[in-house]
Design a protein around this ligand. Structure first.
Ligand SMILES: [Fe+2]
Length: 281
């Protein structure tokens, strides 16, 4: 079962190459993906998703040692949120080696290369000169920048929202999920994004929308939410990777001639999104 309005992309097999190519079946599919801010990506062959999913599932066991990972600020560590269904283990790239087992840290670095391939395609289509990609993405386009690898669990037996409607603040989000529940806003209505076996779900965030706003090809940041849906396993497991700008950094807007068109502190963009969330609560 698939929502036929959501396009499907593939990545070329040269996983170690900086020129790894993202491609869609038709030019129209590409246009839809960029306008929607979301698409399916055929799971690249190099990913051993099963073992990573297994790691994720084991995290909710009461005696799981990873529950002891300390919290770092509001965004990292083993976190149980009381106001929604979520339990998660969230860590940014700098801490993967310290807290994740080696295969999970390596998986995170594989997702880094996928995120880089996607953001480079966004920049390529935007017409922004390649010499500026690093500055525009705070180093993410060349393998630096900020990234999170998170394992999230939604207990669908609780009646709350899984996740209220929002846009992601970063560049690119890569999602693997075990069950339905994700919905996106399409033509003013929320519509299901079904699990498509063998595929990851990719969506774009506000930072990328901001950066490309004055370029030849803007990308949309998709509004999405997670709702309770019936499924055989009452817990919905997700593996989520976020390619993000550094929260203390700056975002720059360039046009295709390489001229600066504007800028924003990441914090300011983030604060705007937070206040919008508060308003719709
Ligand atoms: Fe999100």
């Amino acid at each position: 079962m698939r929502n036929s309005q959501i396009p499907v992309a593939t990545l070329s097999d040269d996983s170690a190459s900086p020129d790894r190519q993202l491609s869609f079946l038709t030019p129209e599919d590409f246009e839809v993906a960029w306008d929607l801010g979301l698409f399916y990506l055929k799971t690249p062959d190099e990913l051993d998703l099963e073992s990573v999913r297994q790691f994720g599932k084991e995290l909710i066991a009461p005696d799981c040692p990873y529950r002891q990972v300390p919290q770092y600020g509001e965004l990292e560590g083993f976190i149980t949120l009381e106001n929604n269904q979520q339990t998660k283990l969230a860590l940014r790239r700098e801490r993967w080696g310290q807290h994740y087992p080696a295969n999970i840290a390596a998986f995170g670095r594989q997702l880094d290369t996928i995120g880089v391939a996607i953001i480079r395609e966004v920049f390529h289509q935007s017409g922004i000169p390649e010499a500026l990609w690093d500055r525009a993405s705070e180093g993410y386009a060349s393998g630096g920048g900020d990234a999170f690898l998170n394992f999230v669990h939604y207990d669908t037996r609780t009646p709350d929202w899984g996740l209220r409607p929002h846009t992601d603040y970063g560049f690119v989000t890569i999602l693997d999920t075990s069950a339905p529940g994700l919905q996106i806003e399409m033509n003013g209505e929320f519509q299901d994004v079904p699990v498509l076996p063998g595929h990851l779900i990719i969506n774009f965030g506000e930072a990328l929308n901001f950066i490309t706003a004055h370029s030849d090809r803007l990308v949309s940041a998709v509004t999405h939410r997670v709702v309770s849906q019936q499924s055989s396993d009452p817990v919905r497991h997700g593996i989520v990777y976020f390619a993000n700008p550094d929260l203390d950094g700056m975002l720059w807007q360039f046009n295709a001639a390489g001229e600066e068109q504007g800028n924003s502190k990441v914090q300011d963009l983030f604060a705007q999104l937070e206040s919008r969330l508060t308003e719709t609560r």
